[in-house]
Design a binder for this molecule. Structure first.
Ligand SMILES: C[S@@+](CC[C@H](N)C(=O)[O-])C[C@H]1O[C@@H](n2cnc3c(N)ncnc32)[C@H](O)[C@@H]1O
Length: 291
């Protein structure tokens, strides 16, 4: 019997298949066709992308070719690459993602980095609350980065919370995370050193015009209500009651939203208010500490 994992006679090389796939994805208007094709072929062959690129003469067995073809069809249909692969790299952690959760974005890796900058000087008993945890990426990475940190992950969607729990278990962090299903900070207990959040912030009216790729992500993860700021406003209003004295709130927001939110943080309650730009120069992160 033929072994489909071993290349048969006439199996095409990885380089040849890659070139054809890039042309195909490009013709279909898929962004970053090279990267997508490389990741999909590497995944089909069970290897890393960079390892794939070191030898493009490797013959591709029939089973891998079928898997690659499936991946290309899914990509052409507008599915995010991370959903097809089943994971997304988040500051070096492999985070499982699927249709239950938003795919963590590079800006959110920056948010987690800013959160780490704030937590770094603390020692001993420190705690952080990740509001709207989704896949759990932010809170899990912080727990991984700070072995003493206690993390509370709050999420409205039961399906997303299940994914975050699966990620915590896979990363050996389950014992360090308190998962809470809730849709507001009201009624929450405990006081934290940091509340960090990447809330949904897209105004409802804009949602239907988003790309098919973004629209395949959960609407609950995108839709921030009328002006997009509903949850951010709630966090600004209620975080002070859940922060230790001198504790900080750090939010990721949409382009053009940050100044408006900063202006809502009253000088009576907040100190050290600051906006941070992301790597693209967009005012993206809102920071403040309680007095
Ligand atoms: C933009 S996603 C962020 C997910 C993850 N933290 C990340 O950065 O990749 C927002 C998350 O907030 C959740 N969410 C939406 N409304 C919420 C609410 N009222 N309370 C708590 N979580 C909410 C969504 O289900 C989604 O998982």
């Amino acid at each position: 019997m033929r072994n489909e994992r071993v290349p048969g006679k006439g199996a095409r090389s990885s380089g040849l298949l890659l070139r054809a796939a890039v042309r195909r994805l490009d013709t279909r208007g898929v962004e970053e066709p090279e990267l997508n094709a490389q990741w999909l072929l590497a995944d089909a062959l069970g290897t890393e992308r960079l390892a794939l690129l070191t030898d493009l003469s490797v013959p591709v067995p029939a089973a891998a070719l079928r898997r690659f073809e499936n991946g290309l069809v899914l990509k052409e249909s507008g599915l995010p690459l991370a959903y097809i692969l089943g994971w997304q790299n988040f500051r070096g952690l492999k985070i499982k993602v699927d249709a239950r959760v938003l795919v963590p974005r590079p800006e959110t890796e920056e948010l987690a980095g800013l959160a780490a900058d704030y937590l770094k000087p603390f020692s001993g008993d420190i705690s952080a609350l990740d509001y709207g945890a989704g896949s759990g990426a932010i809170g899990l990475w912080l727990a991984h980065r700070f072995p003493v940190l206690k993390v509370t992950a709050v999420e409205k969607s039961a399906r997303a919370l299940a994914c975050a729990r699966e990620n915590a278990a896979a990363l050996g962090l389950a014992g360090r995370i308190n998962f809470i299903r809730a849709e507001t900070l009201a009624g929450m207990r405990g006081k934290f050193n940091l509340i960090v959040s990447n809330p949904p912030y897209i105004p409802t009216r804009v949602i239907n015009g988003l790309s098919p790729e973004v629209l395949s992500e959960p609407r609950m993860a995108l839709d921030g209500g009328g002006d997009g700021l509903g949850i951010a406003r709630m966090l600004i209003a209620l975080s002070p009651g859940r922060l230790k004295k001198g504790g900080a709130m750090l939010l990721e927001v949409g382009g053009g939203q940050a100044k408006n939110l900063l202006a809502r943080m009253s000088a009576k309650t907040w100190t050290g208010k600051k906006l941070f730009k992301d790597l693209n120069g967009v005012e993206r992160f809102v920071f403040g500490m309680t007095k």
